[in-house]
Design a protein around this ligand. Sequence first.
Ligand code: HEM
Length: 444
Amino acid sequence: MSGHAQVALELDDIQRGVLSPRPTPYAASYLVFRIDDRAHGRELMRRASAVATSAAGSPSPLGETWVSVAVTYHGLKALGVPHESLGTFAWEFRQGMAARAKALGDVGESRSENWEAPLGTADVHVVFAAVAPDAEKLEAAIDRARTAYHRLPGITAIWRQDCRALPTETEHFGYRDGVSHPAVEGSGIAGSNQLEKPLKAGEFVLGYPDELGGVQTPRPEVLGRNGGYAVFRKLHQRVAAFRRYLKDNATSREDEELLAAKIMGRWRSGAPLALSPQHDDPALGADPHRRNTFLYSRDDPAGFTTPGGCHIRRANPRDAVVAGEVRLHRMIRRGAVYGPPLADSVMEDDGVDRGLMFSFIGAHLGRQFEFVQSEWLNDGVFFGSGNTKDPIAGAHEGHTDFIIPRRPVRRRLPPLPRFVVTRGGEYCFLPGLSALRWLGDLQD
Ligand code: HEM
């Protein structure tokens, strides 16, 4: 097959959660299960193939509502997937997230010994994620999902995380989220940046050619094809500390907002600095057709408008000159907020757990998610800024400053504390629907 041919994706076999951006607003739940009895695990997979929503066809009567079913490496083992097959999965997946701590910056407070039980243990086997536009439709989706594990005593529900969009449609630090996502060839879903060429389907769905012309498929093909890897991470956010950092380092209320924008690369409304350098522009921030259509290299190579070290330029340098090939490190993200908001202007921590259930979907755990996390968020060498880290999600230990390029002299903010702490997570495989049936039909 030519590397340039448009590939027809088997949308009726791919789980909807792989390709569809989540609705806005949204409600979501993550349910984690342990398989204690192999036969029940296989029955769970059989039933799950009827519950998981495919990427094809008309939207369900529940609107943008779907259930995704994912299996961890320990889950595949618990189901009795043959050894020869297990060895064909990505080695990061086989190791599991807790073992990847060094690459991910899960050190100090974020280390897996501090994670919420049972995350990071061999008990995490199957993850259901239900997403809907509101709490009522979510309940209906969870009721449907329940039919998959109902009356299976060999399946134990061991963890649950509910997520609810905030009324402000922002994440807890106050920025609009869910803005930027790549276009995937053959998916029928438009990307958010008209200046970015759609990416080859094989960057996100296993079994199709990727940007390098290779095809990654765990074996046997019926198991690997139309699947994807999914990463979920529970990221606790220190909202009061973030607010204090901005306030302590700003000269005025307006300056506080400017610092917030320089740290993110976008104003809180979602309007990018690249298109609105001096002040926020809420109409731009609310406009899905304009707010992500920009590049960096022509107008802002040195980061005078959008600093090279801000969150969105690190996480996706677009066409900026950096070490490496940006198109090999693109990610599909699905963030969902958990926990109640911290009331406006409160500057002291109230002890409540709030944050983001971060999730990544792609075909390449190593060169996509882990690369972005370790090389772009937790290092600065790629754009010539030494060992600096991402100001929002970096694994800070209070050593690195945040630099805002400015004429005649750059502005240097004092060392950043850690604003985000990992509370747990796992690497999963999102099988295609026929792969779920194959898992259900396994025999010893
Ligand atoms: C609690 C932690 C985090 C918060 C609060 C956060 C917040 C945000 C916000 C507000 C945006 C801009 C709006 C959007 O495009 O959706 C964004 C963009 C993005 N974030 Fe994060 N993020 C977090 C962690 C991460 C992590 C851990 C990664 C990667 C490993 C990441 C990767 C990205 C990417 C790829 C973009 C899109 C950049 C672009 O295309 O311009 N984020 N994030």
